[in-house]
Design a protein around this ligand. Structure first.
Ligand code: SF4
Length: 382
């Protein structure tokens, strides 16, 4: 077996009570049957079972940790520490809690270990990791021990780590590559496509296409704001997300009111947005590392269409973080901090990346196709 890890993997440590968006809150935490039986079997751990709900769904037994009114696990103490760990040790944690944010994917003879950016401590680690290539023992698309779809993913990682182009240019090139792969009839065509997208001239042409293509900036801004509004519609009401998202979603409605749009004000916002997106390029190298980590961990499907959906979701996380921080800056006249980047990135990775199926349905409903058209993708990337 070949072991491949992101370079941050071994350095991860949960920051527990210092965590700004604990993973013990805001989602349904699944417990496994084995640990439930273990808790039930011993007198001193039996009480944990009272904090677990149980149901049967499609022949499946589902155990979930019960949550309080604020959707927080009942076993978290007032300092944000887990009572199971405190009283009985890590070995009594359910799989979900013991593993998060660690991820493990087994692909033929390769075991891949990575960390989810849904954890803010992981984003901090990635931020500190100076190395651009943050996957050890990774041979990219040349590694034929991977099935074809994974060689496609590996090539996307190579494209995203190309130092010649800006982040958005690389996203554009990668999306174009994935699109072309979906048109291939045979496996060999996909390998030809990989070769084409290794060719320097092809990459130069696509980067130039990205720079030269023009789109209506106001329409693009409005579309990104609308997507933000839709994506946050349910999350903004939840306790965990509310302090970060609720007022920003309201602010979006103020920028684009349903009744009367005041064009002069909109022009000013657009001017601010254009300036801001240029400044945001300062975070290109950080987001390159975050995106590469997410692609490595989550673009794991033996279906090119699922792969491209996951890629779109990961890119949307970046687009939403960029917009959220613009809204915050514009509304409160504050500077963006590293903590803002960390927290909003983790939140959107949870809301979008951990919900790729929901995003695919959203695109399907909005555009009759879960794979975005190139023009549209280009527009929201602006
Ligand atoms: S999100 Fe990460 S740092 Fe926060 S409590 Fe969970 S594992 Fe720990």
């Amino acid at each position: 077996m070949n072991t491949i890890k992101t370079t941050t993997y071994d350095n991860f440590k949960c920051i527990a009570s210092d965590c700004p968006i604990t993973c013990c809150k805001g989602w349904s935490i699944r417990a496994d049957k084995e640990i439930f039986q273990k808790w039930k079997a011993a007198e001193d751990t039996k009480y944990i079972c009272d904090h677990v709900s149980y149901k049967r769904e499609d022949q499946e037994e589902i155990y979930c940790m019960k949550l309080d009114y604020s959707k927080q696990c009942l076993l978290l103490d007032e300092k944000g520490l887990c009572n199971i760990v405190k009283n009985h040790g890590d070995e009594y944690l359910c799989k979900t809690c013991a593993e998060f944010p660690r991820k493990k994917n087994t692909i033929n003879d390769n075991i891949e270990y990575s960390l989810s950016g849904g954890c803010p401590a992981v984003i901090e680690l990635i931020n500190k990791d100076v190395d651009m290539v943050n996957i050890s023992d990774f041979e990219g698309d040349s590694d034929d021990s991977y099935p074809m779809e994974y060689r496609v993913r590996n090539h996307v990682i190579e494209l995203m780590q190309n130092k010649e182009y800006s982040l958005c240019e690389k996203i554009w090139i990668s999306f174009s590559f994935l699109n072309e792969c979906t048109l291939c009839e045979y496996e060999d065509d996909v390998y030809d496509c990989i070769d084409t997208y290794k060719d320097k001239e092809t990459l130069i042409d696509l980067a130039a296409e990205y720079r030269k293509t023009k789109c209506n900036r106001l329409e693009a801004f409005e579309e990104v704001c609308q997507t933000f509004y839709d994506v946050t519609e349910f999350y903004k009401e939840e306790d965990l997300y509310r302090p970060y998202l609720f007022e920003l979603a309201e602010y979006v409605s103020e920028i684009f009111p349903e009744d009367e749009v005041i064009l002069d004000e909109l022009e000013i916002k657009l001017f601010e947005w254009n300036k801001y997106t240029m400044e945001f390029k300062n975070y290109d190298s950080l987001f390159e590392k975050i995106l590469v980590s997410e692609i490595f961990a989550d673009c794991v499907s033996e279906d090119i269409f699922c792969l491209i959906e996951s890629f779109q979701a990961i890119v949307l996380e970046y687009i939403m973080v960029r917009l959220a921080l613009f809204l915050k800056k514009s509304r409160y006249d504050v500077q963006i901090t590293d903590a803002d980047i960390r927290d909003y990135t983790s939140l959107f990775i949870r809301a979008i990346g951990h919900n790729t199926e929901g995003m695919s349905e959203y695109w399907e409903e909005s555009f009759d196709d879960s794979i975005l058209e190139r023009d549209y993708f280009y527009m929201i990337l602006q």
